[in-house]
Design a protein. Structure first.
Length: 541
């Protein structure tokens, strides 16, 4: 098999001379034509930096290559001119990033963004570009492609946006597609569809794929060869079968064992009910015409019953748009809803902001992306202190600092770091800060909205263990929202499966996972756990 990319002894440093940090340290690997090479490792291991080096997209002059060679189709790219690199980028090599919403221009239509690639690289006319754009969108399986041409990124789902990104990347039929965490931010069913799409496109177009991921299940399903990176070095490499069947390095074995495991302890039947709703509805009006009359409703939540008890976790699963987060925001009285809601046995539906304010301390939420939910302008101490100041808790300044330090220790962080800022922490550490911000107020009910989906496997397992420990210590009631069914199974006593605002299936965690009753639930299970099958089930193209 002919090598398309040859990376030899590549090193990458960031910073000015004398103050440099080594991000990649002498790595070597090859990418064969028509094959899939995967690079796996935790955040900060050097995966994306290595991939960006192939396209020479690292920021000059802050990034440098003290050693190494990168040959693309036999030509050296380190030190190549911008003109030479423009001939490679988009033509020979394209890239798809993790989060399409930040990669696509929010001000341009889908047609304009795909057309831009065709105008720049192929010089097509507007009519030709439109025809080619439709062909590409059909190729990547975007439903009703012609009607989507005038749509903007925010009008598409996460899976649809990622299909548009793939269409842009394939516009010039590249020899290599670099896919940097292409499925991490999407639901399990969409993930399965996107992976099947990439395998189908690879078979049809004969392109190579460099897959950057922390998800070993995806590697098992997609890749032919794999390199495991840690702290800028490749600690183990080989075929997928060789590495996964007989891992030689301790770090590889740790990654393979890092998936969240276990199941929630048996729930006590006599636990006190903390949060309860009956026949809860959240309908958003659809208005049309000059007078903006309501013609229909988007039924985001449509008649749902939910009960969350002290020390228990109710998991809510379903695809994007199923109403999971809307349900949580309605329970917290952060959006309008219809139907009785009780907190600690008292009705909170229809209560004023002033009446609810004292209860806010006892109802907290932890969001998916801690980098977006933590203010970059505040120190960690200020972020955690904010709730204490709002609710007039914690005593004076010194007493609050002591309480913040105790909370940081409880979530596994060094209290000496409290005066640092969010950008100085890893993703897992930032999520611990977000959890500390909620826990410092001693809540009784906590909404966990996708708190682990943006994290590495090993960090996911750590956060799951932390959440279990906090629940045991404080008898917390959790509403846990996720599309990652492995994490839901590890944490939840009860599971609600949602689709299009309705409950498809509801019951104990054991019942839902062991004997699902509906086709939709079985489809979710198949999409979630098929990728985690052993390596004997890896399909080769």
């Amino acid at each position: 098999m002919k090598k398309f990319v040859e990376v030899k002894n590549l090193s990458v440093n960031f910073g000015r001379p004398g103050h440099e940090v080594a991000a990649v340290k002498g790595i070597s690997f090859n990418i064969e034509r028509g094959q899939t090479m995967a690079i796996v490792g935790e955040s900060g291991s050097g995966k994306s930096v290595s991939a960006l080096s192939i396209l020479q997209l690292l920021p000059y002059p802050y990034a440098s290559h003290p050693s190494g060679s990168i040959l693309v189709d036999g030509k050296e790219v380190i030190g190549a001119s911008q003109r030479e690199m423009r001939g490679i980028r988009g033509n020979k090599i394209s890239m798809v990033f993790q989060e399409p919403m930040t990669s696509l221009n929010p001000l341009h239509s889908i047609e304009r963004q795909v057309n831009e690639v065709l105008f720049l690289h192929q010089g097509l006319s507007k009519t030709q570009a439109r025809a080619r754009t439709l062909e590409l969108l059909d190729l990547v399986g975007l439903a009703d492609a012609e009607a989507r041409l005038d749509a903007y990124p925010h009008q598409l789902s996460g899976g649809q946006r990622q299909r548009v990104m793939i269409a842009m990347a394939l516009a010039n039929e590249p020899d290599l597609l670099i896919a940097d965490e292409p499925t991490t931010a999407v639901d399990v069913t969409i993930q399965a569809q996107l992976l099947a799409l990439l395998k189908d496109l690879q078979a049809r177009l004969g392109m190579a794929i460099l897959l950057i991921t922390h998800d070993l299940g995806v590697v098992r399903h997609m890749a032919h060869d794999v390199a495991v990176m840690k702290d800028g070095e490749i600690v183990e490499s080989g075929t997928v079968e060789a590495v996964f069947d007989n891992p030689r390095h301790d770090y590889t074995r740790m990654l393979m064992a890092a998936e969240p495991g276990g199941r929630a302890a048996a729930a006590t039947a006599d636990a006190a009910t903390v949060m309860q709703a009956r026949d809860l509805k959240v309908w958003f009006p659809i208005k049309r015409g000059i007078f903006q009359r309501t013609v229909d409703y988007v039924k985001a939540v449509d008649g749902i019953d939910v009960t969350v008890k002290a020390g228990h976790t109710v998991g809510v699963v379903g695809e994007s748009g199923s109403g999971k987060s809307t349900l949580a925001m309605a329970l917290l009285r952060l959006i309008k809803s219809v139907g009785p809601i009780e907190f600690d046995g008292k009705s909170i539906q229809g209560e004023s902001f002033k009446t609810l304010q004292p209860l806010r301390r006892e109802m907290q939420v932890v969001f998916q992306d801690p980098f977006a939910s933590l203010s970059p302008r505040l120190s960690i101490a200020q972020i955690i202190e904010e709730g204490l100041l709002v609710h007039d808790l914690g005593g004076d300044y010194d007493q609050r600092r002591t309480l913040i330090a105790q909370t940081l220790i409880e979530v596994g962080l060094d209290p000496e770091t409290m005066d640092r800022y969010p950008h100085e922490f890893s993703g897992g550490q930032r999520q611990r800060v977000a959890i500390a911000r909620a826990m410092v107020l001693k809540p009784r009910f906590v909404v966990l909205d996708e708190p682990t989906s943006a994290l590495d496997m090993s960090v996911q397992a750590q956060i799951v263990d932390l959440l279990r420990q906090l629940q045991r210590d404080h008898d917390l009631a959790y509403l846990f929202i996720s599309h990652d069914l492995r994490v839901v199974r590890a944490l939840s006593d009860e599971v609600i499966v949602m689709r299009d605002g309705k409950v498809v299936e509801q019951g104990s965690s054991n019942q839902i996972f062991d004997t699902p009753q509906t086709d939709y639930t079985r489809a979710l299970m198949a999409a979630a756990f098929e990728l985690r099958a052993d390596t004997s089930g890896v399909v080769r193209t």
